[in-house]
Design a protein around this ligand. Structure first.
Ligand code: VG1
Ligand code: CO
Length: 544
């Protein structure tokens, strides 16, 4: 085998964001762009000679080409074994599981998650460490530093690998294993949930369902698990065939983008349960007949009912949520006497808490929920959790959530996104907000009195590492909150996210429309950040 050291020059824009490096495909197609980033990953790792590396992606445009390059570079850099999903496919949670199960040194996951795919759309790459989770900030910082000075990369001059045949190929003394992408993950799910109960609930006709794979990675996973293993009617999984451009849509599981599912769930013949996942299979949207469950509520309901699921019936160690996620899960934690942590946005911040056994469940408002079974959020896991819960409770989704609100109160919640905002204007908005913070406490807006206002910093309770500038929070004396953050996954300009929440303990007032209930807070948010005034926008691009 011939390996070559190729001279290169650095790019200055390879700083990973909330979840790896995400750019337009055309950016990744620049000469040596991908190679530089991959070599920077390898240069930032401690000795991995002879170790295993997992490789897989969500199947979007450029996935196959990128994997061939990564294989050749991993071989030249000295890995001992490569484990690759057939067809170059692995969902993010499956990749996390495979890293853990086969004790790999780490994994490279190719995905831009919920961002659209195709020749003029987005691509992404991230590195996960040996616990199966996204690399921590200190690693991505080192990687970025490396990418700014990189002068050469190593690559093997070998033929392309056959990615489509399951089995082991050998290059020199390196094993290249092509594995079925679904097998290990499906097996793990059987160890967590009550598959027998699910099968009877489905075959008896009680549990009807519709799962929208949005032409993304979860198609094959959902077909196998929901239809083949659990016996859901053929066709229960819609848009099941993964496509390089996700059929032209945004593979983002919310009511704005999962239109077909949403229509079905609000139709007369709606099934009992509906769900969707995203491009790489780590997000989930949960619906019932005529009902949408906010991700923040889903996390709280899951935490409150974990005892119904075989893997969690012994109890939870604790729970965690990202800072902008509503405080619904905090109420469950308080009532059940569980530790509850508030982390910055992004799954990497849950890793230490999970590894240290401080938490069992965690989640984010952005349709992400997960547990200590892997170190990524996990879309199908959340779907199975809800199905198992419904099968045990024998109640419609809407009733389960209403009952939860009766017991704990409702945290009325929504998020407004302003996309592709001019970056300078977005930064000016944050400078302006920072300037307001000191004077906000005790001021009153529309009857809401500010209790605190700050820029969120997080100190990891396990390794004491500190992450600054993780979003601006304005908290009011009645527990309501407004949070402002800039997205770290967008690829065009800046995306401003405004998160709004209000607590409603009164059962008679809980069934309100979120936009109406939050109308005053929405106005206060504009008064504070002036996004409409400064950009001329009249409304958010996406409301979730
Ligand atoms: C978004 C979400 C965040 C999530 C991240 C990765 O990040 O808000 O909660 O962890 O995407 O999810 P940002 O920085 O754009 O707000 V995924 O499914 O895109 O890997
Ligand atoms: Co995702």
């Amino acid at each position: 085998m011939k390996t070559e050291t190729v001279k290169t020059t650095p790019y200055d824009d390879q700083k990973p964001g909330t979840s790896g490096l995400r750019k337009k495909v055309t950016v990744f197609q620049q000469p040596n762009y991908l190679e530089n980033f991959v070599q920077s990953i390898f240069n930032s790792l401690d000795d991995f000679r002879g170790q295993k590396l997992v490789i897989g992606g969500d199947g979007r445009y450029f996935n196959r080409q990128a994997i061939q390059i990564i294989i050749k570079m991993a071989v030249a850099n000295g890995f001992g074994e490569l484990i690759i999903g057939q067809g170059g496919l692995l969902s993010t949670p499956a990749a996390s599981h495979i890293i853990r199960k086969y004790q790999a040194f780490g994994g490279i996951i190719l995905s831009a998650s919920h961002n659209p795919g195709g020749p003029s759309e987005d691509f992404g790459i991230k590195y996960n460490v040996s616990n199966g989770g996204p690399a921590p900030e200190k690693f991505t910082d080192a990687l970025y530093e490396n990418s700014k000075t990189i002068a050469e990369y190593r690559i093997a001059r070998i033929d392309d690998i056959d990615l489509d045949t399951v089995g082991t190929q050998q290059i020199a003394d390196i094993d290249i294993k092509i594995i079925d992408p679904v097998d290990d993950y499906a097996q793990l799910m059987t160890e967590i949930f009550d598959f027998d109960l699910l099968k009877t609930s489905i075959s008896s006709g009680y549990l009807s369902l519709c799962f929208d794979a949005m032409h993304a990675i979860t198609g094959p996973y959902a077909k196998r698990i929901l239809e083949e293993m659990l016996g859901a009617e053929p066709g229960s999984v819609i848009n099941a065939e993964p496509k390089e451009d996700f059929g032209g849509g945004h593979p983002d599981p919310n009511m704005a983008h999962a239109k077909e599912l949403t229509k079905r769930m609000f139709s007369e013949n709606a099934p009992v349960f509906g769900a969707a996942s995203d491009g790489d299979g780590d997000r989930n949207m949960i619906m019932g007949a005529g009902f949408f469950v906010t991700p923040s509520d889903s996390l709280a309901v899951i935490a409150a009912n974990a005892n119904l699921i075989p893997a969690y019936k012994k109890g939870l160690k604790g729970v965690a949520r990202s800072m902008p996620t509503s405080q619904a899960v905090d109420r469950v934690a308080k009532a059940r006497n569980l530790p509850c942590y508030e982390t910055p946005t992004g799954w990497k911040y849950f890793g230490n808490l999970l590894d240290a056994g401080k938490i069992t469940l965690c989640g984010e408002e952005s349709f992400g929920t997960g547990s200590d079974h892997v170190r990524e959020k996990d879309g199908l896991w959340a779907v199975l959790f809800w199905l198992n819960m419904i099968a045990r409770k024998r109640q419609p989704v809407a009733d389960i959530v209403h009952q939860h609100w009766q017991e704990f109160g409702r945290d009325i919640y929504c998020r407004h996104d302003y996309e592709a905002v001019d970056a300078d204007k977005a930064n000016a908005i944050f400078d302006h907000l920072r300037g307001l913070l000191a004077d906000l406490p005790n001021k009153t807006f529309k009857g809401y009195s500010v209790a605190f206002a700050d820029e969120f910093s997080y100190t990891d309770p396990v390794d004491q590492s500190v992450s600054h500038r993780q979003g601006i929070r304005v908290g009011f004396s009645d527990g309501s909150r407004i949070v402002f953050r800039l997205s770290g996954t967008g690829t065009v300009g800046a995306t401003l996210r405004i998160y709004l929440e209000k607590f409603e303990p009164d059962v008679d007032k809980q069934d309100q429309d979120a936009q109406q209930a939050l109308a005053d807070l929405i106005e206060i948010a504009e008064q504070l950040c002036e996004v409409k005034k400064r950009t001329g926008r009249t409304s958010p691009d996406v409301i979730t």
